[in-house]
Ligand binder design. Structure first.
Ligand SMILES: [Zn+2]
Length: 443
């Protein structure tokens, strides 16, 4: 935290210079009341019409329609909902804004209580679910369109440049950014000078923003790990001595694995999460099944800690199976998201822009978190494109970090989460539009 505060001070001390070509100061762009009302309606539409990862054709279509109206040319990259949209403004110097499309499956209904709550239902993993924009992506979509609108309305301020809106599908499951990159995003359309994005925060008050750039990653790497605990045969629970109880064995492994965090890793220098979000085993209460699978999301900041976790995970899972007289469990693991490290130089410029457009008092210090973002992948290709994601405050009054003493404020991925979208939409549009105006007019 200290480092971040120091860094923010340094950034202010060496503030980059932004001005129009004629030397005049750049105006600060923001939505007027009428424009705001238009994008608030779009926010509500996006919130009501969520779609699951890799199926976001309706939301993708809406984004295409709105971007086309603004004069963007749509460039599909493959048979998936993600795409690139480009606004040509007479030059090749390019920046991209990246925005995600997907919503989340929830077994419990949306609980925001608003009249535009999602009523979309579908089937996911065999379960009937509600589709809810519980990560706040509808806010990202409306901010992307509102800021694009401000930039197009003021295109005389960035003549000779080019702006791309990179619309990414399947952020929640991690494959959208890889699909776009592998489809030739950078080969076909050239390399941007930088790619910017945001995520809303349920812990930072709406109206504020935070930038975590510099030495520490903003978010960790994520490994998806499945441990399939197996038995040689199943049996009747009344004759439990005839087989291995794989559900009990899976539960023992799940509990023992937490020892890695508590006993193997240094809690201060090697923070990690070994979270099990899904357990699948059995068909009925009186049958011991053949297998039970634990689905983990394992998170940490470095490949070294990742390897340490994997080594001990294997030892514990195999050791417990051996002790129970079960076959070795099947362990499959792959890294779905690399750690997100923001470019420090781009970070400095964006902070300097926020100081002008939002005021220094609205930039708050923030720490790394254990959420994750495949946005990191755009910065890890052979071209090392500078990337920067910032936090857009979404928390309602009294719900910012440290204030939610009673745990009454739903966070990201809760079907009850609703950001303070009115304040956050205005702040987001101002922050994004002016960041680009400043980057395009850097001296
Ligand atoms: Zn998200």
């Amino acid at each position: 935290m200290k480092n971040l505060i120091l860094w923010l001070l340094l950034a202010a001390a060496t503030s980059p210079l932004f001005a129009q070509p004629n030397g005049k100061e750049l105006p600060i762009l923001s939505l007027n009341q009428e424009e705001y009302a238009q994008f608030e309606q779009l926010y509500k539409w996006f919130h009501s019409n969520g779609e699951l990862s890799n199926h976001e054709w309706g939301v993708s279509g809406k984004m295409k329609e709105e971007l086309k109206k603004l004069g963007f040319k749509i460039e599909p990259l493959g048979n998936f909902p993600g795409f690139l949209a480009i606004f040509e403004n007479g030059g090749t110097d390019t920046y991209y804004w990246r925005v995600e499309l997907d919503a989340n499956p929830h077994k419990e209904p949306e609980g925001t209580g608003v009249d535009f709550a999602s009523k979309v239902r579908t089937t996911h993993n065999g379960d009937s679910v509600w589709v809810v924009g519980s990560c706040g992506h509808p806010l990202h979509q409306s901010v992307a369109l509102a800021s694009a609108h401000l930039l197009v309305r003021n295109k005389h301020l960035w003549k000779g440049k080019r702006l791309g809106t990179l619309v990414e599908h399947a952020e929640e499951v991690g494959n959208g950014s890889s699909d776009l990159i592998q489809a030739g995003l950078f080969e076909k359309f050239g390399l941007p000078k930088g790619i910017l994005s945001l995520h809303n925060s349920a812990e930072i008050r709406a109206g504020k923003v935070a930038v975590v750039a510099g030495a520490s990653p903003m978010m960790p790497l994520v490994m998806n790990v499945d441990i399939e605990v197996q038995a040689i045969s199943g049996c009747h629970v009344g004759e439990h001595y005839k087989c291995v109880d794989v559900n009990l064995l899976a539960a023992q492994i799940l509990v023992r694995l937490q020892d890695i965090k508590n006993k193997v890793l240094n809690s201060v220098t090697e923070p990690s999460i070994l979270g099990c979000g899904r357990i699948c085993g059995g068909t009925r209460r009186n049958i011991h099944p053949l297998s039970c699978t634990l689905e983990f999301s394992i998170r940490c900041y470095t490949p070294e800690v990742r390897d340490k976790i994997m080594k001990h995970l294997r030892q514990i899972a195999e050791g417990e199976a051996m002790a129970a007289g079960a076959p070795m469990p099947k362990i499959t693991a792959f890294e779905v998201v690399p750690a997100l490290v923001n470019d420090p130089e781009l970070g400095k410029k964006v902070v300097a822009s926020f100081e002008k457009s939002l005021g220094k008092e609205n930039i708050v210090p923030y720490h790394p978190v254990m959420l994750a973002e495949p946005f990191s992948k755009y910065g890890l290709t052979k071209d090392s494109i500078p990337i920067l994601m910032f936090w857009l405050g979404g928390a309602k009054n009294g719900c910012d970090e440290g204030n939610d003493k009673e745990h009454l404020c739903p966070g990201l991925h809760s079907p009850n989460y609703l950001p303070d979208y009115q304040a956050a939409l205005k702040t987001g549009a101002t922050a994004v539009a002016n960041a680009f105006i400043h980057l395009f007019n850097e001296k």
